[in-house]
Design a protein around this ligand. Structure first.
Ligand code: TYC
Length: 104
């Protein structure tokens, strides 16, 4: 602190760097299974992840062939809500579809 009580340039710089730290990001992934229909997964990608139809179909096929695929990257609260929404919609239809999140 300087004599007049104001912060020095160095003190201001430290605070500024802490304030602009960006939030942690999480990948949300869909996992393949043998029971959930392809149409249902495409609908999830369109409605929950706001993917256009062609991209939703491509992501669904990647999950089907490779076992999993990323649907989007979000801050923690939003990623948690996406995972819960997918599970609620899937369980409501009796599908075992699994959705997980992992830190980027
Ligand atoms: N494998 C499923 C089927 O053949 C389709 C599917 C795709 C299931 C993606 C889940 O996350 C998934 N009906």
């Amino acid at each position: 602190m300087s004599r007049n009580g104001a912060k020095t340039g160095e003190e201001l710089e430290v605070r500024t760097r802490r304030e602009v730290k960006s939030p942690a990001l999480y990948r949300v992934l869909l996992l393949n299974d043998d029971y959930t229909t392809m149409d249902f997964v495409v609908r999830i990608l369109e409605t929950v992840f706001h993917k256009p139809p062609a991209e939703a179909t491509q992501i669904m096929l990647n999950v089907h062939k490779k076992g999993m695929a990323v649907c989007g990257v979000f801050t923690r609260d939003i990623a948690e809500t996406k995972v819960s929404t997918v599970h609620e919609l899937a369980r409501g239809k009796g599908y075992p579809l699994m959705c997980i999140m992992e830190k980027e």
